[in-house]
Design a protein around this ligand. Sequence first.
Ligand code: URA
Length: 442
Amino acid sequence: MTAVHPAALIERKRDGGALTAEELQAFFQAFMRGDVADYQMSAMLMAVFFRGLSPSELQTMTRCIIDSGERLDFSAGSAPAVDKHSTGGVGDKVSLVLAPLLAEFGLRVPMMSGRGLGHSGGTLDKLEAIPGFRTDIELDEFRATVDELGCAMIGQTGQITPLDGRLYALRDVTGTVESVALISASIVSKKVAEGISGLVLDVKVGRGAFMTDVAAARDLAQTMVELAESLGLHASALLTAMDEPLGCMVGNALEVREAVECLRGGGPPDLREVTLDLCVEAAVVGGVASDANAVRSDLSGLLDSGSALDRFARLIERQGGDPRVADDLDLLPSAPVVREFVAAADGLITSLDARQIGMASVQLGAGRMTVDDEIDPAVGFDVRCRIGESVQRGQPLVGVHAATDVSAAQALDRLDAAIEIGESATAPMPLVLERVRTRSRP
Ligand code: URA
């Protein structure tokens, strides 16, 4: 085994030199054993933040993260196993629709998701707004649920990619989260360890996204797609818009409500469009989409017939939740205080700032600023306008669902800063800006 001289490796990366696979493996293994200290790993992460990683360094680091824990394997089985990962946005409830829809279509979706942090929401928090729903089931139960229903939805367990959990905890407090190399290694390692064969990445772009400009989002998407393919997955990414929230609802139970409406064949058109586009990509990377138009039309049919909703109800029941939610949305938690934010003037909506709306929802209690914060599943916003829409003074624009009058009043103030009305609005960006595949796949 290569002897580890942590300071020497850190200095080499700091000065722009290359690290061999053996050196990186020895460094990460020593960290997991406790022989490289948190402060040395933090320094290495900062060196990587500034210097980046070559493709082979990135692949080695990702393999080290995968090898730090258990690896699932869904290769045996009749249907390809696929998953979708979003880089995070506001009102992004796509996973709740996509997993049962793809399962109904005939793919398997062993989905591992995260919690909301900062201004963006998390799938686990949304699922847990359904009374009784458990996202902490054991891996054996997870596998059995995928075998039975074609999908299962759980959180990260300590058994899978434990190195990622430890690195992320350091990155979170050392200013090293926003690195294309580190984000790519973190996301792709978890997806490879999930044992899937196809991965779709939803890389959000805009004010409410990690990546605010298209070039940066494209770079992240390309890096992740190439990394995933180099590790044996079929992968594809869509760059999707995140200037304004996706759909209308922001907040956990409210987003479940909207996801169920989409699974009933209704709901807001942008949510349906983005979900269908990501599902078509999933069918492509799953190797079952020779004709994308036909796949899209089949998927639409599964929404309109309600059969994807039946699958979601069975999933809810299998994971301990109340499946009657699929028929009766009033069984979801609801907030005691509802107020309206109204337009202060006639004009066009020129800004509906997703980041500020996300932050306002966190302040209401829908999200958390630190991992230990409790969330309130009932609170959030019902945004009833879009960028470019013409509105009249006094028109209700957003429903504020709050726990108290005080928090409702604070949210109304924050919406005042997030929503602008003017005389002319620039056209909103297209919902799907680009598709990114590797150079070997058209
Ligand atoms: N999400 C992840 O899982 N990892 C990152 O590094 C960033 C976002």
